[in-house]
Design a protein around this ligand. Sequence first.
Ligand code: PEP
Ligand code: MN
Length: 346
Amino acid sequence: MVVVMKPDATRADVEAIVEKVEAAGGQAFVSRGVHRVIIGLVGDIEEYAALNLQAMAGVSRVTQISSGFKLVSREQHQERSVVQVGSVSIGPDTVTLIAGPCAVETPEQTMESARMAQRAGAKLLRGGAFKPRTSPYAFQGLGRRGLEILADVRAETGLPIVTEVVGAQDVTMVAEYADVLQVGTRNMQNFPLLQAVGTAGKPVLLKRGMNATIEEWLMAAEYIAKCGNLDIILCERGIRTFETATRNTLDISAVPVVQRLSHLPVIVDPSHSGGRRDLVLPLTRAAIVAGADGVIVDVHPRPEEALCDGPQALVAEDLHQLGRAIEDLTAYMGRTTVDRWHRRAG
Ligand code: PEP
Ligand code: MN
């Protein structure tokens, strides 16, 4: 059962519902989004019916749902959500470019990548300090030193940081530096990690597991939402199929399918899905026209020296074309690449 609060519901209205549910022996999970609060109820549905929550102050509606995801479901929340990262709004009116190196390697490489990203129109900087590598012998990332480099580059460029956290034990430390916590494909069903990022007080970028169905992906998002955090950006990054020409197969259908099932923003990673530089532009075009709320791409000043994923990194010459395509197709879709703060200022 889910209680959707009115946009003007007060904290006291929410608390009154939680108290009533708990007094009846049930559990209430409060999730706060930018526009409204949703309360997921676990317990005896018949008991809840008797509580007549519908009549309480601040309640928009109470609905019974039985699927494995409720708080992230669009059934209860028709309006598509906006996730706010500083002045950057990620949601249905915008197309947000997130760009940066796959891995933070050196201060210079990170700064050069950030400048490349910014010139292409990126609003957020990506870069991994903790890398979940398939081989234990591959570069695992610089750890805390990498986070410090990212923070320095943010101070210099003003770009908020998206960075991956690989283990639940590191969430508090990564959250001290990150503006958005990334959960990678290999960790989509790492439930302790999902719960840890759900309480870290930062927006989360949740990548789809390469072997996960859309329903499993949304249930993973539900773990985060159930901990009180509705600031979740979903990222389609390709799934495993029989095809070997690409690293993974970008499931472009996932964009409209998920947007119908969930109110959360959905972005696409054309770099990790294709795994090839030459595919990033066409897959970006496809993503935007399919309705994606943004794209996250790898860039590197010298991909031949990259410690991770060089073959898919865009170089300076590619970025001009990518930036142009994003601008043109964003306008074609009736959206904007300009964030709220700039719109107000302009
Ligand atoms: C990444 O974005 O750096 C990454 C490791 O991606 P994925 O989890 O999609 O493989
Ligand atoms: Mn990578």
